[in-house]
Design a protein around this ligand. Structure first.
Ligand SMILES: [Cu+2]
Length: 256
């Protein structure tokens, strides 16, 4: 385990520096697609976009693939699965970090989104999720082998559902609180893990392969930007959003 501190940098910019081509969660877009009411119109009209990147400078040894030890005919790719606990590029980009804005008021009429966690070839997909308390969690299996979805909050079992074959189940995230991290295991396959970070904010994302994230339509105001990563730990820093003024926020884990 790395021992880490953090540095940070906030740069107001006119032109976004981070392209967002893959696997970023855009809360407002996702909510719109799900038919969920957006934040109040006035706030959005004056809102700003926060873009940034999460990184860990320096050389990180390439993760060793995890050996599949059971159900070889269904699981993994070539009897291996990727270790997604520290997907860090040669340039230090940190993928699968959760980024969210603390202190952002959730409008009373705002409906939490539905988030999905699947099982494909004996891997949880995606490996990292973020969702507000009260969200619906859609669980599904595409595999013909028996799985369980067994999430823990700390040492407490949240539920344990068996999936003898392809199926779909919906559960509510109503017995968790902001800041809880749910760890998902499968009792049949020891290598299967996933994480869900519970937040109390409508502005959240999971970083892409370039370490990038985007939070759109953030109303003006002071906030704290928080980052959670499975193996690197947590970062946070204050940010102040001004009306229609884009922010670039780069958050950097440091080894020591
Ligand atoms: Cu399994």
């Amino acid at each position: 385990m790395f021992r880490l501190a953090f540095l940070f940098l906030v740069l107001p910019v006119g032109v976004p520096a981070v392209s967002a081509r893959k696997a970023i969660s855009y809360p407002n877009q996702a909510l719109a697609a799900a038919g969920v009411q957006a934040p109040p119109e006035g706030a959005v009209r004056r809102g700003a976009t926060i873009r940034g990147r999460v990184s860990l400078p320096g050389e990180t040894p390439k993760a060793t693939p995890i050996q599949v030890t059971k159900d070889h005919e269904h699981c993994g790719d070539g009897h291996q699965v990727q270790d997604e606990s520290r997907l860090i590029s040669a340039r230090g980009a940190v993928e699968n970090a959760v980024v969210y804005l603390e202190g952002a008021a959730v409008p009373p009429s705002w409906n939490p989104p539905r988030v999905e966690l699947g099982m494909k070839k004996c891997v949880f997909v995606p490996h990292v999720l973020v969702a507000p308390r009260g969200s619906s969690l859609v669980l599904f299996s595409e595999d013909a082998v028996f799985h369980t979805i067994h999430p823990y909050v700390g040492r407490r079992t949240y539920f344990n559902i068996g999936f003898p074959k392809s199926a779909r189940v919906v559960r509510q995230l109503d017995r968790v609180k902001a800041g809880d991290v749910m760890k998902f295991l499968c009792d049949e396959h020891a290598w299967m893990t996933a994480y869900l970070v519970v937040v109390d904010s409508p502005f959240f994302a999971v970083t892409d392969a370039g370490g990038g994230f985007v939070l759109r339509d953030v109303p003006p105001g002071p906030y704290r930007l928080r980052v959670w990563h499975e193996t690197l730990g947590e970062l946070s820093q204050p940010v102040t959003v001004e009306a229609k003024r884009p922010l670039e926020v780069n958050l950097t884990f440091v080894r020591r």
